[in-house]
Design a protein around this ligand. Structure first.
Ligand code: PLP
Length: 378
């Protein structure tokens, strides 16, 4: 081709492998769990056993690495399996920095099992640049974890700024970019070392596959340790799910664009609503980091927003009970719109305000979504 292909073209054709013998358009799903050795005792295909190697998984990984401008990618059986593999590649006694408000299940794991195992975790207000700088220890900080936009307050972290701090103290920067997707933000090009996705969300987009992904800038020793963690602990994705994920990704660009447009319209519509105290969405000019979001997110601000109700927790739970079209369910990034009283999911020690409802905007007609929310808030 005369120029590098644009993401829409790469996704729609999904890097279809060159298979002249079958002329197939859709790649076959490889389900074998083992591979035969050559007679001279070698594995010339590079494939030996299903835990470390599978062609269907590798095919989807290549597509993801390409989209993120990375050098390699690994798929896992869930986003949590991907995230925890990164921390498990560290050593007991290593110091890591993570946001105070982040995906709650990972925060709980860091507070519990990861700390029991010997990781030293500092939770910082990630929107306060000074507090990240103060937490960073040149002799022992090995990893900084950020999530942008962050769940469920949708704060934006300046990836380039944190990448500089990470570089100064010799730490790796890992970005959970689940909500932004490679369509809106490419963290590796802003200085991150690894980008993580819960591929369960936008990448798959159809609420029928649990998957996680990591993409690296460089295949260094740390990346090799992560590969070993996946291979030894077995947190892999099944080949069928890898193929399903590939199918979902082929429309990623269309879905993300639609979700962004509708989310912005919904955020603007409800910003001045009499029942609502605040709408949290990086696309709103009133969002404290709107300018940073316009620089860091290209083509939209994501499909996730939260609303805070003036009449508190009870009003929020009642409004969620009254929707007819939005589904009351946890998760995000599917074609169907979801609504959730987030504090009920996160439990007692949640930093999330009790009056907050989290909205994952799907691809339904935006007028229908607005009308349903209006009647639920009335
Ligand atoms: N990161 C974010 C931002 C998420 O929203 C989630 C799940 O909701 C995860 C990670 C974990 O992903 P999974 O549920 O695929 O394990």
């Amino acid at each position: 081709m005369p120029h590098p292909l644009k993401p829409a073209t790469v996704l729609a054709q999904a890097l279809t492998p060159d298979t002249p013998h079958s002329a197939e358009i859709i790649p076959a799903t490889h389900i074998s769990t083992t591979y035969e050795r050559d007679t001279d005792n070698q594995y010339r295909t590079g494939l030996s056993y299903g835990r470390p190697h599978n062609p269907s998984t590798q095919h989807t990984e290549q597509l993801l690495a390409h989209l993120e401008d990375g050098s390699d990618a690994l798929l896992f059986g869930s986003g949590m399996a991907a995230a925890t593999a990164v921390f498990q590649a560290l050593q007991p006694g290593d110091h890591v920095i993570a946001p105070q408000v982040m995906y709650w299940s990972l925060r709980n794991w860091l507070l519990g099992m990861a700390s029991d195992w010997g990781l030293i975790v500092s939770f910082v207000d990630i929107s306060d640049e000074q507090s990240i700088e103060q937490a960073a220890q040149t002799d022992n900080t090995k990893l900084i974890w950020i999530e942008t936009p962050s769940n469920p307050m949708w704060e934006i972290t300046d990836i380039r700024f944190v990448a500089n701090i990470a570089q100064q103290c010799g730490a790796k920067l890992v970005v959970d970019s689940t909500v932004s997707t490679p369509i809106l933000t490419k963290p590796l090009s802003l200085g991150a070392d690894i980008v993580m996705h819960s591929a369960t969300k936008y990448l798959n987009g159809h609420t029928d596959v649990l998957a996680g992904a990591l993409v690296c800038q460089q295949q260094d020793g740390f990346w090799q340790r992560i590969c070993d963690v996946r291979s030894h602990l077995g947190g892999i994705i099944s080949p069928r799910d890898a193929a399903m994920l590939m199918r979902g990704m082929r429309t990623l660009h269309l879905r993300v664009r639609e979700c962004c447009q509708s989310a912005l319209i919904i955020a603007q519509h409800f910003e001045q609503h009499s029942a609502i105290k605040a709408v949290l969405y990086p696309g709103l000019v009133s969002h404290p980091q709107h300018i940073l979001a316009t620089k860091q997110m290209q083509g939209g601000f994501g499909g996730m927003l939260s609303i805070r109700l003036k009449n508190g927790e009870d009003a929020a739970i009642k409004a969620a009970a009254k929707v007819k079209l939005w589904k009351r369910a946890t998760s995000l990034g599917g074609v169907e719109s979801l609504i959730e009283h987030r504090a009920s999911v996160e439990g007692e020690n949640t930093p999330v305000p009790l009056d907050l409802l989290r909205l994952s905007v799907g691809v339904e007609d935006v007028d229908d979504l607005i009308a349903d929310l209006e009647q639920a808030l009335s």
